[in-house]
Design a protein around this ligand. Structure first.
Ligand SMILES: [Zn+2]
Length: 357
């Protein structure tokens, strides 16, 4: 792991080039916060009984909350590629750990970069790096904190992701160059191996528990740690007067199973525990609300482009959800879920549109 971290750190600061000079800050800033392996019902705002998420619940209270948001895939690479291209796996073809997102796909970061945004990300998952082509469109691309399934004591990355994001935001405030920014922070800690955190995990693990119950308690502590760290970023937004002109989107790439159907973790099934994810949008000028109709994470990119006033690429598979943010309704196609990690094993599923829509 040490070697991996060192070699990845060499790529910190990888820079893409925007096609044209930035334009004045006529468009809002965009902050996308994503948490790996976070099932929707692990948050109080989605009905969980344990206090895992006070910061995210506060954000949800001022956002449009999509109660039935469906991820396109139950593991990281295809899911996040769908979020940032608005194409399903069967179109972007990121099926396996070795897949590379083809340069022909226009990512959200590339579109915003071309339109004059400063684009930055701090990610903590190896599938979200240059290894799989996920750096497309980012001027500042930092994945020094990348980790995967390790229980090494230094494997907790959420604090570093938030520090990176906060440093970036404070630098933007100090420069004050009127260039709008797009910042993506991806948090990893709820992913296996679940790690205990002093002062946090004790609140979720009852004395004497073992097995899957114990694992769930430690997982809940990981969620609470990430929640605390996201709260620090949101506080910096507020303290610097950025909240008024910043769209904040919260999403997860997939959930996690705790033997509800006989298996643990994710990437093997399409049950709701792994496919239903938290997804909410706080957009200045739009009132908070809750949406019952099923939506898709492929809808995230067109929703953001719509909110910042840009045309949607014609061929994408997602739709803008802005009408929901305005209190209206739209009819969406059924949500498609796909899983194919090996050629000989494929799972597909559809979540139908809401009745009457
Ligand atoms: Zn993931």
């Amino acid at each position: 792991m040490t070697e991996l971290r060192f070699s990845l750190a060499l790529f910190v600061g990888f820079a893409a080039a925007c096609a044209r000079p930035p334009e004045p800050a006529s468009r809002p800033n965009v902050l996308v916060l994503s948490v790996d392996t976070l099932r929707a019902d692990a948050l109080e705002s989605y009905g969980y009984v344990k206090p895992t998420s006070p910061q995210l619940d506060e954000l949800a209270r001022t956002s449009t909350v999509f109660e039935q948001a469906i991820s396109s895939a139950p593991w990281t690479l295809p899911s996040v590629a769908s979020i940032f291209t608005s194409y399903y796996s069967s179109t972007h073809n990121c099926w396996s750990e070795a897949s590379m997102l083809d340069g022909s796909f226009d990512t959200l970061a590339e579109v915003l970069c071309r339109e004059g945004y400063d684009t930055a990300c701090f990610v903590s998952h190896p599938f979200l790096t240059t290894q799989n082509g996920m750096q497309q469109g980012f001027v500042h691309f930092d994945y020094a904190f990348t980790q995967l399934g390790t229980d090494a004591p230094d494997a907790i990355s959420s604090v570093a992701v938030s520090e990176g994001g906060i440093d970036y935001l404070e630098e933007k405030v100090a420069v004050d160059d009127s260039v709008p920014w797009f910042l993506w922070l991806h948090y990893f800690d709820p992913h296996t191996t679940y790690m205990p955190h002093e002062g946090v995990t004790e609140r979720f693990v009852e004395r004497g528990t073992s097995g899957v119950e114990l694992q769930r308690g430690i997982y809940d502590g990981e969620v609470a740690l990430v929640d605390r760290e996201i709260g620090r970023v949101l506080e910096v937004l507020e303290q610097n007067g950025l909240t008024e002109n910043t769209i904040v989107v919260f999403v997860s790439d997939h959930g996690e199973e705790f033997e509800e159907h006989g298996t643990l973790a994710h990437g093997k099934t399409l049950y709701q525990e792994v496919i239903r994810v938290p997804f909410f949008v706080r957009a200045p000028g739009h009132p908070p609300g809750r949406v019952q109709e099923p939506v898709r994470t492929v809808d995230l990119m067109p929703t953001l482009l719509d909110l910042v006033g840009l045309d949607l690429p014609p061929a994408i598979e997602g739709r803008s959800l802005v009408p929901f943010l305005k209190g209206g309704r739209i009819s969406l196609p059924p949500a498609l879920m796909e899983l194919r990690r090996r050629e000989d094993r494929m799972l597909e599923g559809l979540v139908p549109r809401a009745a009457g829509s």
